[in-house]
Design a binder for this molecule. Structure first.
Ligand code: HEC
Length: 177
C-alpha cells in the first residue's frame, strides 16, 4: 500500500512537471497549512474564548453527534468526550477527553484540525477556543467564565496529566514537546 502510494506520488509529480500543472510547496505554503500545536501550546493562534461563549457554538456544531453533555452516541460511533473523570483505574473505565487526555492544547489542536467531523477546519480560532473551553467545562476542568487563549490554555491541568507512565523502551530520553 505504502509502496503504491509512493509510486503514485512520484508519477503525479512527474506528470505535474511534464504538463506544467502544480508547483512545489514553498515554506509559506506549508506554514499556512501547518495546524500543529504542541502539548505545551507552541503554535496556538491569537484569539480566545470561554465555555460560556462556546455553549451555543457547541450545540450548533457538535451536539448532534456528541450529545448535549458530551455523552456521545456509541451506536453511531460518536465517542463520549466528557465525564468519566477518575474512572480509568476502576473496573469500568470511561475514556473521554476529560478523563484521559493529558494536555489541553492537544484537545484544541484535535478539535481545530478534525472537527466538526462533517465540516472540519471551518470555524474561527476564537470559536475553536470557546468550543474547547466548553468541552473542558463539561468535565469540570474549566469554569464557565474562564477565558482560554494561547497563554491560559497550556496552564490548564488536565485530570489525567499524571496518569501516563514512561515507556520503559525510551526511559531516560527526554520527551519532545
Ligand atoms: C458528524 C458527527 C460529528 C460532529 C458534528 C462532531 N464530531 Fe467530534 N467526533 C466524531 C467522530 C465519529 C469521532 C471519532 C473520530 C475518530 O476516532 O477518528 C469524533 C471525535 C471527537 C473527539 C476525540 C474524542 C477522543 O477522545 O478520541 C473530540 C474531542 C471531538 N470529536 C470533539 C468535537 C467537537 C468539539 C465538535 C464540534 C466542533 C465535534 N466533535 C463535532 C463525530 C462528530
Amino acid at each position: 500500500m505504502l509502496r503504491a502510494l509512493l509510486i503514485l506520488g512520484c508519477v503525479s509529480l512527474a506528470w505535474a512537471q511534464k504538463y506544467g500543472v502544480g508547483k512545489p510547496a514553498t515554506a509559506a505554503d506549508i506554514a499556512a497549512r501547518d495546524y500543529s500545536v504542541s502539548a505545551r501550546g507552541v503554535g496556538l493562534p491569537p484569539g480566545g474564548g470561554s465555555a460560556k461563549e462556546g455553549q451555543e457554538l457547541y450545540v450548533k456544531h457538535c451536539s448532534t453527534c456528541h450529545g448535549l453533555k458530551g455523552e456521545g452516541d456509541a451506536e453511531q460511533g460518536n465517542p463520549a468526550i466528557a465525564g468519566g473523570v477518575g474512572t480509568l483505574a476502576s473496573a469500568k473505565p470511561v475514556r473521554t477527553v476529560g478523563s484521559y487526555w493529558p494536555y489541553a492544547p492537544g484537545v484544541f489542536d484535535y478539535i481545530r484540525r478534525a472537527m466538526p467531523y462533517d465540516n472540519p477546519r471551518t470555524l474561527k480560532a476564537d470559536e475553536y477556543f470557546a468550543i474547547t473551553a466548553y468541552v473542558l467545562s463539561l468535565s469540570g476542568v474549566v469554569k464557565p467564565e474562564e477565558r482560554l487563549d494561547a497563554k491560559s490554555l497550556p496552564e490548564v491541568k488536565m485530570p489525567n496529566r499524571d496518569g501516563f507512565v514512561p515507556d520503559p523502551r525510551v526511559a531516560g530520553k527526554k520527551p519532545v514537546y
